[in-house]
Design a protein around this ligand. Structure first.
Ligand code: TYD
Length: 206
């Protein structure tokens, strides 16, 4: 068994991943763990190229888009995730390959083929899949964040993405309803993480 622990946060846009990752990170640091918080798309060259596409998605085909996410992930695994796991850290990643299977799957690529291309990527110990309806997600993005929808976030597209996330049956996935207040979602996440820590023979209280 590898020494560290990998926890991926997944879900459609607006589910609160970027709120929940630091909350869990702070909690785990308080227990004395070495925690690495990271995200995809990364801030590396491929991640930056992906961010440029947010508003001009039709510049690339779904297959080309998939290659960009794979390049970004390969670099993320090699330079960040794998070294952190090897030194025994708990890695929290805001998105991982389940996002590729769901988003690029919704764009027309085959989700099973996408999973099959991730043999280089360590399997997470836990995937926290935050669930929310596409309508609520759009409401949060537009009214709470005051943003307009980018090309990855159109409601019809998000419906398809949510449908694919709902279809994944991996044992590492725990589904948590994201419409509840932040503190309640955090408490459910802590409970799920605690179960995995205990399962690995690690501490989950101070
Ligand atoms: P997001 O988590 O919103 O990043 P940020 O808030 O840092 O800009 O992710 C950006 C978009 O990229 C999001 O709509 C989902 C999409 N995405 C994919 O389509 N495939 C992937 O593999 C990943 C990681 C993200």
């Amino acid at each position: 068994m590898r020494p560290g622990m990998l926890i991926a946060f997944e879900g459609i846009d607006g589910t609160g991943k970027s709120t929940q990752v630091p909350l869990l990170g702070g909690h785990l640091r308080g227990l004395g763990y070495d925690v690495v918080e990271t995200r995809e798309p990364t801030d590396g060259p491929h991640g930056r190229r992906i961010r440029e596409l947010y508003r001009h998605r039709n510049q690339v085909t779904p297959a080309e888009e998939l290659e960009l996410f794979l390049l970004d992930r390969r670099q993320h695994v090699d330079e960040c995730i794998q070294p952190a796991l090897e030194r025994g850290a708990i890695v929290l990643t805001d998105r991982y390959y389940f996002s590729t299977a769901a988003y690029q799957g919704a764009a027309g690529c085959d989700p099973a083929a996408i999973f099959a291309r991730h043999d280089f990527a360590p399997e997470p110990d836990l995937v926290v899949l935050l669930t929310l309806s596409a309508a609520e997600s759009v409401r949060r993005i537009c009214s709470l964040r005051g943003e307009t929808l980018n090309d990855f976030e159109q409601e019809e597209q998000l419906e398809k993405v949510a449908g694919l996330f709902a279809s994944f049956r991996h044992n590492c996935i725990v589904r948590i309803h994201a419409a509840l207040p932040v503190a309640e979602v955090h408490a459910s996440i802590r409970e799920a993480v605690c179960r995995r820590l205990v399962h690995k023979g690690l501490r989950c209280s101070g």
